[in-house]
Design a protein around this ligand. Structure first.
Ligand SMILES: *[C@@H]1O[C@H](CO)[C@@H](O)[C@H](O)[C@H]1NC(C)=O
Length: 554
């Protein structure tokens, strides 16, 4: 074939191709869009087979398109759940962290109390034997009160401790004065003056300081950990506004309408959309950071000398010290009581016992100290827990204001300037907005009503503010629940259980002791050789006899 013959054919071919291409542009197939759309789980009936006019679209560009208003609607719903998923992906791990930390601390504190109780019970059973066992409910109540305070609050620790020492004095007073009989009223008079008598030395004062501070700190810190999880949960459940959903849809899915399924949004475009969408969340930032700082400060109280572990671990030894102080002071204490509450009557016990020692409880017992203290199942000491949680607290700071930046990373966002800017594949020119609701008035991508703060988030801001104050008070050793408790009701007035008028005023501790309580020491049956028999065993025999007498009644 000659070249001249071929020319017309080539021209015809070229023309045909050009016509075909033009026709395809006008009626371009939407098959790839249909594929992408159905892969999201949507019905193919929403998508046209070929490109259509975009004049009816509400959000996406109104040019030649594969999108319909139905598709916009369904992709908006998808965007709403996408957004929620992205935010909760970030927040749920933080929430899980703190919920788990709360559980660990809570378990630790409860085990610490259980172990302290167990340890005291072991030590006192071995050291004081039946004397302890007969009075063990006093200590049971002590630990129960501590537990109740930790678990539900509503326990005035100072008052609780004062009651405990008064109860202990009452019981010990009877034990060191077995030869006398005391009426209920008389014992009430004794316990009422516990603070003045100071029978336990400095132990109650020190312990009051340590226990209140340590427990307030531990309880409030655990509460704070729970609050973090709570706030995150409530905030991440907040629904996106319609304006936000629309903006997110436009950003994530409008490229589909123009066959650009792989086109990713520009980074700054994403930032503006998210700053608009998460404006209310960002307003948590200030209170959230204050809260984290307050938690970090309070964490010091779990490390310092008043930390609950170093207070509770040796509490058995401390109470034992108090008891030994009382033993040493028992003569003086008793004399002061006899002066103040009156001379007691000799009891039956003194007659039954042939040889009542001058002071039945005056022997100093070496407290039994177990070498190995029980460890917690958590297997950790408070130190380690605190060090670890402090890292988490620092990490959690700025979480809400950093959220837009953290959502706008990863493979869903374009890395360069070849990106979807909301109208075209081109760089995004608008300025990036600031954080928070007040900064969204001029947000170019999200319509935000800056006059309507989200109610749920406002409430969380209030919760954080209140809790921060509680944390600060706890740092100073105060339980806010008891701020306004006046110290009334202490000190016995009229109708006190005193047998004589002396009681209405305070004891006069200054006056020299003039009269010692009379003791009738009966002639001992015991030979002089066996006087060595320990006073303790004598006492035990006595108590044993009493138990035997009381036994059948149970
Ligand atoms: C997006 O790109 C188009 C085309 O370059 C441009 O006209 C428009 O201003 C850009 N939009 C933004 C928000 O930068």
């Amino acid at each position: 074939m000659a070249a001249s013959d071929a020319l017309p054919l080539l021209c015809t071919l070229a023309l045909t191709v050009a016509a075909l291409v033009g026709a395809e542009l006008k009626s371009r197939t939407c098959s790839e869009v249909r594929l992408a759309y159905s892969s999201k789980g949507f019905n193919l009936n929403d998508v046209p087979h070929q490109g259509v006019s975009g004049a009816h679209l509400k959000v996406c560009p109104q040019s030649f398109t594969c999108c319909t208003p139905e598709m916009e609607e369904k992709l908006s719903q998808l965007s709403r759940s996408d957004l929620k998923a992205q935010v909760s992906k970030l927040s749920s791990s933080l929430q899980a962290t703190f919920t788990q930390r709360h559980r660990r601390f809570d378990q630790f504190f409860k085990e610490l109390l259980d172990n302290a109780e167990k340890s005291l019970n072991d030590m006192f059973t071995r050291t004081y034997g039946v004397m302890y066992m007969q009075n063990s409910e006093l200590f049971k109540k002590f630990f129960l009160d501590l537990k109740n305070y930790y678990v539900q609050g509503g326990v005035n620790l100072e008052a609780m401790l004062a009651d405990f020492w008064a109860g202990l004095l009452e019981r010990m007073f009877v034990l060191v004065n077995v030869q006398y009989h005391f009426s209920e009223e008389y014992l009430e008079c004794v316990s009422k003056h516990t603070e003045q008598l100071k029978p336990f030395g400095d132990v109650p004062r020190k312990l009051k300081l340590q226990v209140t501070r340590a427990f307030v700190a531990a309880r409030t810190f655990a509460q704070g950990l729970a609050v973090i999880g709570d706030v995150i949960g409530k905030v991440s459940a907040v629904n996106a506004s319609p304006g936000c959903v629309q903006a997110a849809m436009k950003m994530m899915y409008c490229p589909y309408c123009s066959w650009q399924m792989a086109l990713k949004p520009c980074h700054n475009y994403c930032l503006n959309v998210m700053k608009g969408c998460l404006a209310n969340q960002a307003d948590l930032d200030t209170e959230w950071n204050n809260f984290m700082d307050a938690m970090l400060n309070l964490a010091e109280r779990l490390e310092g000398p008043f930390n609950i572990e170093s207070v509770m671990d040796p509490i058995d030894v401390k109470i034992s010290d108090a008891i030994m102080n009382m033993q040493e002071n028992s003569m003086q204490v008793s004399q002061k009581v006899f002066q103040g509450c009156g001379q007691p009557k000799l009891g039956v016990a003194s007659r039954a016992a042939r040889s009542v020692p001058d002071n039945g409880f005056n022997t100093r017992f070496r407290p039994y100290t177990p070498d190995e203290r029980p460890t917690t199942a958590a297997g950790t000491s408070l130190d380690r827990l605190v060090t670890e949680v402090k890292k988490k607290l620092k990490f959690a700071k700025k979480f809400w204001s950093a959220l837009p930046e953290n959502v706008c990373t990863g493979e869903r966002i374009a890395s360069g300037d070849e990106c979807w800017n909301g109208t075209a594949k081109s760089r995004y020119e608008s300025v990036v907005m600031g954080n928070g609701l007040a900064n969204q008035a001029a947000n170019p991508d999200v319509e935000v009503d800056i006059t309507k703060p989200d109610v749920v988030i406002r409430r969380q801001i209030m919760t954080l503010r209140i809790m921060t104050n509680k944390l600060k008070s706890a740092h100073n050793g105060n339980d806010v629940t008891f701020f306004d408790m006046s110290e009334d009701g202490s000190g016995g007035e009229s109708g006190s259980g005193c047998e004589r008028q002396v009681c209405t005023s305070d004891f006069d501790f200054q006056s020299p002791i003039t009269k010692r309580p009379r003791l009738i020491v009966q002639q001992s049956d015991v030979s002089s050789g066996s006087v060595q028999v320990s006073i303790y065993s004598c006492f035990l025999l006595l108590v044993g006899a009493a138990v035997a007498l009381l036994g059948p009644q149970r």
